[in-house]
Design a protein around this ligand. Sequence first.
Ligand SMILES: Nc1ncnc2c1ncn2[C@@H]1O[C@H](COP(=O)(O)OP(=O)(O)OP(=O)(O)O)[C@@H](O)[C@H]1O
Length: 252
Amino acid sequence: MAGTNALEIEGLAKSYGQQPAVRSITLDVPAGSFFGLVGPNGAGKTTTLAMCTGLLRPDIGQARVFGHDTWRDPVAAKSLTGVLPDGLTLIDRLTGAELLRFQGLLRGMDPAVVDERAIELLEVLGLADARDKLIADYSAGMTKKIGLAAAMLHAPRLLVLDEPFEAVDPVSSATIRRILLRYVAGGGTVILSSHVMATVEQLCSHVAIMVHGSIAARGPIDEVRGTETLEDVFVRLVGGRSDDEGELQWLR
Ligand SMILES: Nc1ncnc2c1ncn2[C@@H]1O[C@H](COP(=O)(O)OP(=O)(O)OP(=O)(O)O)[C@@H](O)[C@H]1O
């Protein structure tokens, strides 16, 4: 696996109307890496991940999953990928267990294998008691976790997770981290977007910082950080403000 890329992005761009959201980015995600995509609100992370996973058609450019073009060879690319998209919409009239079964059958999996894995995923993610509850009645964190279970069910080689820890409680969050680290140790590749620099520093081997639709820094996390913290590098590249005593005087 050494030397291969799980994901190759080449000249990928997308505008919404006249407004560019992603400006011709090129990026390689090495196979076996734990890759963090960070950037301020509106930087283009979700748009990038959606284009790479076949959820949003790019204006121009390509994305390849283990060499398979997401748009020209979608079945091969998607069979290798598990996705937790932003603003995940699930069929919420199904229970958690039904959703996993439905997802597994859509993927062409053996029903017995689906059921076996579903039981294990629901247990590990703390959803066993909610297996027969409608997803419509799940909390935000439970919905995130069932979405993650659905993304992992077919044992993909690449997991693309848009803010997987958002709304998830600390115990479940620790479980998810452990699962993802074990997955990467076993040769899997994870790409995640997050706003929490500490999470990215703890988990990721590689990072890319997106600013205004472009990649401002990329590479192994130690190289990107240098002698600074990731947060310092982030704030410097994003052009963050220092404390301004004059702000929002009326609120004091
Ligand atoms: N459906 C849409 N229609 C119009 N503009 C959009 C749409 N989706 C995103 N945008 C715009 O594209 C830009 C990039 O948005 P995107 O959601 O990719 O950023 P992000 O880095 O994921 O942000 P966040 O960290 O807040 O989730 C923003 O300016 C946003 O307003």
